[in-house]
Design a protein around this ligand. Structure first.
Ligand SMILES: [Zn+2]
Length: 419
């Protein structure tokens, strides 16, 4: 699950009144004939893209005029075997791309190319009039010459308003990206400020100065480890077979299957973690949450193993999930430079490089509090006061939680790792 960022939907401002628009990504299991249809729609969409590009260029070369978007849409009407809104969506994408390049060229970035590549496949888009949801099925219309594509709608999407659907090829199969409207949530009325410290051992540590919540990152870390380990195995096995051979193809299939599965698991845990953090914030009536930016931490060279460990830790996604979810409750998330927060002593302000999980000051000897709690409290101090306050109070109550994840991991993991 993710949300629309730069998409046309968000830009046109039609998302605001009814609620929040989210994009749900669901993998498809298509029958052979449906797969053929999907491919045909993609090819036809590519034909639209190629035609728009060719006409746009040709008219400029021959007559010195740039055809505008409205004229292009009018000209292409009824000429393709896809839904008319798909044609329009492709024209819009083309013009967006073209305008953006034009702007960049004006600013002197002439290395950006105008759209030029002829495509074989293009992602088709369905908008409201091309989509019907009935009896738990999603019916995507393809104009009157082609049959519609029918897809079973997942339980969680039933009854939700659907704004847009895209058919996307990813790795080894088709996915639907469905933009749905989720009802707006009640906004929190509070004025408390909190800080969050993302980390590896503890995925998130939150504090409002009085209390702290520490959410374990162990499960997430083990999934990342499994992902890398298994991927390495696949890579090794793949390198031993002849490219294109039967064995090679089977391995590739298995690798994709594994990746799809493990990534779904990872995102599930990330959702569980951020949900816990958001619930904690909502309960306490937060207005704003500051989050440490571990960019600086990640850039340091800490040896091969540590580097790889830090690399798998996809902090950006966790932050995006958190920011988005907080936002739905009207809570702002602001990023601040983390720097030396977890090493600076809350009592004397002296910086000590930390090696253990429990904070230990090399100057005054202060110890006994978890280092991530000190880190989060430091971020809060830095955000609110602009500097570290000597002798600041640390949260008195610390709660440790594990992300509540439903799916049993162990069995499936072993099977995947053995493949
Ligand atoms: Zn100290």
């Amino acid at each position: 699950m993710s949300w629309l960022k730069n998409s046309t939907l968000a830009k046109k401002g039609i998302t605001k009144p009814e609620g929040d628009v989210l994009v749900e990504k669901i993998p498809l299991r298509l029958k052979p004939e449906e797969e053929v249809l999907a491919r045909e729609i993609q090819r036809e969409s590519a034909r639209v893209w190629n035609t728009v590009m060719t006409i746009h260029r040709l008219f400029w070369l021959r007559y010195g005029i740039w055809i505008d978007e409205a004229m292009m849409k009018e000209f292409l009407k009824g000429r393709f075997e896809v839904h008319s809104q798909d044609v329009q969506a492709i024209v819009e994408t083309y013009y967006e791309c073209w305008e953006r390049t034009k702007k960049l060229h004006k600013e002197g970035h002439t290395e950006w190319r105008y759209p030029w590549r002829l495509k074989r496949y293009f992602t088709p888009t369905w908008k409201v009039t091309g989509i019907t949801a009935e009896d738990g099925y999603l019916r995507l219309s393809n104009g009157w010459k082609k049959p519609p594509l029918k897809v079973k709608l997942p339980e969680r999407l039933k009854g939700l308003k659907i704004k847009q659907v895209q058919l996307v090829w990813r790795r080894n199969g088709y996915w639907l990206h469905i933009a749905v409207v989720k009802p707006a949530l009640e906004k929190v009325q509070g004025d408390i400020v909190a800080a969050a410290d993302p980390g590896e051992v503890h995925a998130l540590t939150l504090t409002d100065g009085k209390e702290a919540l520490v959410i374990s990152g162990g499960h997430l870390r083990s999934l990342h480890r499994l992902r890398n380990k298994t991927l390495r195995k696949f890579q090794k096995a793949l390198s031993r077979c002849k490219k294109g051979s039967n064995r090679w193809r089977k391995l590739l299939e298995a690798k994709y299957r594994f990746l799809n599965w493990v990534e779904a698991q990872i995102s599930h845990v990330e959702h569980a973690i951020t949900k816990m953090a958001v619930d904690w914030c909502v309960e306490r009536g937060m207005k704003k949450v500051y989050i440490g930016d571990p960019q600086g931490v990640r850039k340091q060279d800490c040896g091969r193993y540590h580097n790889q460990r830090m690399h798998q830790w996809d902090f950006g996604r966790l932050r995006d999930f958190l920011g988005y979810k907080l936002n739905r409750h009207g809570i702002a998330l602001e990023q601040i430079k983390e720097g030396s927060t977890s090493g600076t002593c809350p009592v004397c302000g002296h910086y000590t490089k930390q090696s253990g999980r429990v904070f230990r000051c090399g100057n005054c000897g202060f110890s006994g509090v978890h280092r991530d709690v000190v880190g989060a409290s430091g971020i809060l101090d830095l955000a609110v006061n602009g500097r570290f306050t000597e002798g600041r109070d640390l949260p008195r109550k610390v709660v440790y939680l594990r992300p509540s994840v439903l799916a049993p991991v162990a069995k499936k993991c072993r099977k995947a790792a053995a493949a």
